[in-house]
Design a protein around this ligand. Structure first.
Ligand code: AKG
Ligand code: FE2
Length: 322
């Protein structure tokens, strides 16, 4: 989001625009992610398109993102589509959400089985744990359905809410699951490769006034063109994993059909989640979710004891319910 750094929480954006004049931090660009977890190469192999996991990580570190085609089987894609169908009703409340887009939040509460499988997908978890550590949390989980005529979103990076001056290591990892094909014309997510390494932002952060300007733009108008912008076109079922510091935006939909994606976003265990995941459902419902999903929601501890409840691990609350 435009300096907002929250994929979807734009409606609480007012205080977020304070960060327009971010200055450089003292993070070295050569610094590599600290948490290189042990990954099960055999488990991941079917999704890597013949590459090794290390090669994929090298590309991700260099470009700021990496893509994987046809990761989600068509049956699972159908299940995601069916789970979302009843909720694709309301359109966005501002230009960032998209006046011609549906955004659906709190997805774990809406369809626990379908979205549990998505948020703890081993390929995504491998990148998340490597970048953010095993105590990382699910920060946001939303579906974004662009209708024909939707205009380009403002450029942004998803961890900007952390509000630590750039450059900094990624304090987020965003997954983008293509439910529909993402094409040249239907609003494929656009990225600027290597923008996670910018020492000075080449693009201005989202502007509060612009975001709430109720006037709709022409679908062909791009207020902030960038020479290195790239449309990430992908077939349905594919996945993009991007660093929280990579500049990106939703594209303009100049086609005749809608474009549906789901984007789970993750943050470190010490950061506040964009969506208050534990409040999205009663604890008794959370108790029925897979353990890894509960941990990602916040029923977990970041070393040594961030996240305790009444002096104990939050999962103990759920033990009492099950
Ligand atoms: O819709 C898209 O392709 C990207 C949306 C996005 O990046 C966001 O809302 O944070
Ligand atoms: Fe985003």
């Amino acid at each position: 989001m435009k300096g907002l750094g929250f994929s979807g929480a734009f409606f609480i954006a007012a205080p977020l625009f304070r960060h327009k004049s971010k200055t450089e931090g003292n993070w070295s660009m050569d610094q590599q992610p600290k948490h290189a977890n042990e990954v099960d190469q055999d488990l991941l192999a079917p999704w890597l398109g013949g590459r090794s996991f290390d090669d994929c990580c090298a590309e991700y570190d260099k470009q700021g993102y990496v893509t994987f085609e046809n990761v989600m089987p068509p049956k699972d894609v159908d299940n995601v589509r069916a789970a979302l169908e009843p909720y694709l009703i309301k359109t966005g409340r501002n230009d960032f959400e998209g006046f011609k887009s549906n955004r659906v939040y709190a997805l774990l509460a809406k369809s626990p089985d379908v979205f549990s499988k998505m948020v703890m997908h081993p390929l995504v978890m491998a990148f998340v744990e490597r970048e953010l550590g095993v105590s990382s949390l699910l920060s946001a989980l939303l579906a974004i359905n662009l209708h024909p005529g939707e205009t380009v979103q403002d450029w942004h990076y998803d961890d900007s809410q952390v509000n630590i001056p750039l450059p900094h290591p990624p304090y987020g990892v965003s997954a983008f699951w293509a439910i529909d094909d993402m094409s040249e014309t239907n609003g494929a997510t656009e990225i600027i490769a290597k923008s996670h390494l910018w020492t000075k932002p080449e693009i201005s952060m989202p502007d509060f006034e612009d975001a709430y300007d109720p006037r709709e733009r022409d679908v062909n108008f791009d207020p902030k063109p960038h020479a290195d912008a790239l449309k990430v076109t992908l077939p349905s079922g594919s996945l993009m994993v991007a660093k929280g510091t990579l500049w990106h935006r939703g594209g303009a939909n100049r086609s005749n059909s809608s474009r549906l994606i789901v984007t789970p976003q993750y943050c470190p265990g010490w950061a506040r989640q964009l969506e208050n995941m534990m409040a999205t459902m009663p604890a008794a419902d959370a108790a029925k979710l897979p353990k890894r999903v509960r941990e990602l929601m916040g029923y977990s501890i970041h070393d040594a004891f961030m996240g305790y409840v009444d002096g104990v691990h939050p999962d103990r609350l759920l033990d009492k319910l099950s």
